[in-house]
Design a binder for this molecule. Structure first.
Ligand SMILES: Nc1ncnc2c1ncn2[C@@H]1O[C@H](COP(=O)(O)OP(=O)(O)OP(=O)(O)O)[C@@H](O)[C@H]1O
Length: 368
């Protein structure tokens, strides 16, 4: 495993007397791209600004390659941190050409012409060095901003919503391109976004923040398949919770029958639980005894997302190839095909009427 480049230990920060971020701990390894993801106002930018040195920390510490950058009694100035930044609005100098913008942070470097020319090539702007920012598209301006941030060879690159001024397709292409550039150069980076698909496409580790608290710092795969909290489960990806009752550590009785998962839960047998079902966990099956009524559908291109109402009134979702078209109101046969069983202790009271007596459920669980 590579060395740890960025360490946040029990970090707390905020503005004047308003605490925003609380007890935030995470480690980013060299060459990895990390991300802070969360709803608007949860503290992503505040955390990034603290790492950059623009905001003081009130508790905990920030270390870069082991060196203490911030603590309640230490604050290395932003320009001494070896951290590069790329902002949402590009923040290029309008009176400088593309090449001059890129050279800005290395004006005294003897090799600056060579570095600028390499970076121009890296970000695919090698013929635009003499243009001014207003003569470039948004995507091109953001590439210049990236090249400028990379020129001083920072130990860490911070990116605050870098693609949010760009639209759909360009945004996807540029984020993939930036990931390739960072990976090719082994650059460690931390991104802030509220766009989950961008976080998943670009990042090795993603931290989900809620109201200034880190809920989980993990790979995109684990966030999706093994969310640590109900908030992460509902914030990441799509899905609905179904109330159930734990039969054994890895099986649960629900109104869709007994579902067996791939890991054991440490909750007491018989506990009321909430089971997360993603759209890919529910599949159509002609003739199935389990049926659901289509109450909504969203065309997504290759697939269509159907919202289904179960006889008890609960909701689940499923995805069909879009050529497999079904009208609203149709009753479908369905089956659960979940490999990853994600459950949490039930929030609120148990809907006893939707469950069977425990003995009967255990008998069904044995035969499942
Ligand atoms: N300069 C400031 N002074 C006081 N409060 C601020 C300041 N900047 C941000 N805040 C508050 O801090 C909280 C977190 O803001 P922050 O910008 O970190 O959130 P965010 O997760 O990046 O949100 P968004 O996705 O909307 O950019 C918000 O409640 C915001 O109003």
């Amino acid at each position: 495993m590579s060395e740890i480049v960025l360490e946040l230990n029990e970090l707390a920060c905020g503005y004047d007397d308003t605490p925003i971020v609380h007890e935030l701990s995470l480690h980013l390894r060299a060459g990895d791209i990390g991300c802070l993801l969360g709803p608007s106002g949860c503290g992503k930018t505040t955390t990034l600004r603290s790492i950059a040195g623009f905001e003081a920390v009130t508790a905990g510490e920030i270390r870069l390659r082991g060196e203490l950058l911030s603590s309640p009694t230490t604050r290395v100035p932003p320009d001494r941190r070896r951290i590069g930044m790329v902002f949402q609005d590009y923040a290029l100098f309008p009176h400088l050409t593309v090449s001059e913008n890129i050279a800005f942070g290395i004006s005294r470097h003897p090799q600056r012409r060579r570095i600028v020319s390499e970076l121009l090539e890296l970000v695919n702007l090698d013929r635009l060095g003499n243009r001014y920012p207003h003569e470039l598209s948004g995507g091109q301006q953001q590439r210049v901003a990236l090249a400028r941030a990379l020129a001083p060879e920072p130990a860490l690159l911070l990116m605050d919503e870098p693609f949010s001024n760009l639209d759909g397709d360009l945004r996807r292409r540029l984020s993939a391109e930036v990931r390739d550039i960072l990976k090719a150069r082994g650059i460690s980076a931390m991104l802030v976004t509220h766009d989950q698909s961008e976080a998943f496409a670009m990042c090795d580790q993603v931290g989900v923040l809620r109201e200034g608290r880190l809920q989980q710092w993990d790979t995109p795969y684990n966030l999706y398949h093994e969310p640590a909290t109900p908030f992460v489960a509902s914030f990441i990806g799509q899905g609905y919770f179904l109330r159930g009752q734990l039969l054994t550590p890895d099986t649960v009785q629900t109104e869709l029958g007994v579902i067996r998962g791939n890991r054991a839960y440490q909750l007491p047998t018989g506990s009321a639980v909430d089971v997360l079902l993603r759209p890919d966990d529910i599949v159509g099956e002609d003739g199935s005894a389990l049926t659901a009524t289509i109450t909504g559908k969203v065309f997504l291109g290759a697939t269509t997302l159907y919202r289904l109402q179960l006889p008890t009134g609960s909701t689940v979702e499923t995805l069909f190839p879009s050529h497999d078209d079904h009208p609203l109101g149709e009753v479908l046969g369905i089956r659960v095909a979940a490999d990853h069983l994600v459950i949490f202790a039930a929030q609120g009271s148990v809907n006893v009427s939707a469950t069977l007596p425990l003995e009967q459920m255990l008998a069904q669980g044995d035969s499942a």
